[in-house]
Design a protein around this ligand. Structure first.
Ligand code: ZN
Length: 501
């Protein structure tokens, strides 16, 4: 625990807290509107009365630490939407405007701490977080302003200039939000007490990819970042992985270093760590299978359940959740006795609800919501079950599944469709409605990585499949038109061939 030499002299402080979070996939044509926040999570000053979720954990921690010091806490908006396409202008203006209005109504604050995503794009604005931080700074030039960011963020000069402190999650899957929130609080208090004067710098690693931090070279690199924080004068070290499907000028991995008073040290350390990360590029990325390779592996696997992650259509990354490419490939590949889901198709769910459980009907499912949805698939299926009150766990939090319909075709293929865009986190998404995964040869999931720990309990044969869709992990071909620097793997040596020689 850090001690604060001037803490008593500070007296009672006023802390302002808020959350604004969505991850914008600019390749997805589904707009993010207020309905997306209302459906997912929207609270006006009372999120800390609920069970915490990933993006409100920080608010709970900040409130409890401030109250333990006898400070006044002003809690503003908590707004979180399932990722989709750019946020509608009026929606962004309303949400950011509410935070600014609350701040104004409170007469400002001594410390302002925000949980932001960092990859929110509005239809008129590609750096929502930079915009929000800048507008807060303009109203409260004397406040200590800090933000905690998801590591899938786009770090921008505007964000660094407007704020005193930025810290990213270090872990993917993100299980360190509370630890990082603690760090932000410590640094904000020390800044306010004038024990430290933070200086921030970042370095563009010229890489676009996905990196899991729980094993191998990536785990070691996270340990390297934590070790660097113990060096003299260094306060905090982050690596923003970037969100690859955001076509904005600041997309790309960056190292971010916060030092005490020493801008040159921040710059040199950010560059040193960024180049170390670049040198690890082949080791820190994850291999993916093509659909053909995945189907071949599924065929040749003996008795146990094969889990296929439909990476290209992860709603958690802003994909629509209604592509049918992997389902089609499994059917055409002759795979029998498999399950597949959850395909988002509110229209088909409505038709099934009208037909009722036990009916057999012709249905056209998927392939229609977005420009990256691909083609629908025509099936003749029996409606096995319909449930509207189920949820699935990710860690301690229970996420809703909407109205969920279990369809069966060809006697042994089970397909789930629903009317609420969500990725699959847990086998219970299938099991509760009646699909017994233990009896299946394979299950194809609309998810990228967050399913991993729960599904590894039921299978040790998990395949990451590079399917088409809004989150296809084809980073050599990804059409980023605004990026300022060349990047690996689209360019073999983005720093120039001399650098990699
Ligand atoms: Zn993330």
């Amino acid at each position: 625990m850090i001690t604060f030499s001037n803490l008593e002299a500070m007296g009672s402080m006023r802390l302002f807290i808020a959350t604004l979070s969505t991850e914008t996939n600019t390749f997805c044509s589904l707009p993010t509107a207020m309905s997306g926040f209302e459906e997912f999570y929207l609270r006006h000053g009372n999120a800390t009365q609920d069970v915490p979720n990933l993006m409100t954990e920080a608010l709970h921690l900040w409130r409890s630490r401030a109250e333990a010091l006898g400070w006044e806490v002003i809690e503003s908006l908590s707004a979180i939407a399932e990722p989709a396409g750019p946020t509608v202008r009026s929606c962004y203006e309303a949400l950011s405007g509410e935070i600014l209005a609350d701040l104004e109504a409170a007469g400002g604050a001594d410390i302002i701490l925000l949980q932001l995503h960092g990859a929110m794009v509005a239809e008129h604005l590609e750096d929502c977080e930079g915009d929000l931080l800048e507008r807060i700074r303009a109203r409260c030039p004397e406040a200590t302003l800090g933000a905690l960011l998801d590591l899938h963020c786009h770090l921008t000069d505007k964000m660094l200039t407007a704020s005193d402190l930025l810290v990213c999650f270090k872990e993917y899957p993100h299980d360190d939000a509370t630890a990082r929130a603690d760090e932000v609080f410590d640094l904000a208090v020390r800044t306010r007490a004038e024990n430290i004067r933070p200086r921030m710098a970042m370095f563009d690693c010229r890489m676009i990819n996905l990196y899991l931090t729980k094993s191998g070279a990536m785990k070691d690199f996270v340990a390297r970042l934590s070790a660097a924080e113990k060096l003299d004068g260094v306060l905090s070290v982050s690596l923003s992985h970037a969100f690859p499907w955001g076509d904005v000028s600041d997309v790309g991995a960056r190292t971010l270093v916060v030092t005490d008073r020493d801008e040159a040290l921040a710059r040199s350390m950010a560059e040193q760590l960024g180049r170390e990360f670049y040198d690890l590029r082949e080791q820190v990325t994850i291999p993916y299978l093509s659909m053909a390779e995945a189907i071949e592996r599924t065929e040749t696997t003996a008795s146990q359940l094969t889990v296929l992650a439909d990476m290209g259509d992860n709603t958690g990354g802003g994909s629509p959740g209604d592509t049918t490419a992997l389902l089609q490939a499994l059917l055409e590949g002759g795979i029998r006795n498999f399950a597949c889901g959850i395909i988002w198709d509110p229209g088909a769910v409505r038709i099934c609800c009208d037909a009722g459980v036990g009916s057999r009907l012709k249905l056209r499912i998927g392939g229609k919501a977005s420009s990256v949805s691909g083609f629908p698939i025509d099936i003749e299926a029996r409606i096995m079950n319909i449930q509207s009150d189920l949820g699935q766990h990710i860690g301690p939090s229970l996420e809703p599944l909407g109205t969920l319909v279990w369809l069966r075709l060809d006697d042994d293929v089970d397909i789930l469709i629903n009317n609420l865009r969500t990725q699959v986190y847990h086998p219970e998404a299938f099991e509760q409605i009646g699909v017994r995964l233990a009896d299946k040869k394979a299950v194809a999931l609309k998810s990228m990585f967050h399913f991993y720990s729960a599904f590894s309990e039921v299978s040790d044969h998990i395949l990451q499949v590079a399917t088409p869709g809004g989150t296809s992990p084809d980073f050599e071909k990804i059409a980023l038109t605004k990026i300022k620097t060349p990047f690996w793997p689209q360019v073999p040596s983005p720093f120039g061939p001399h650098r990699d020689a």
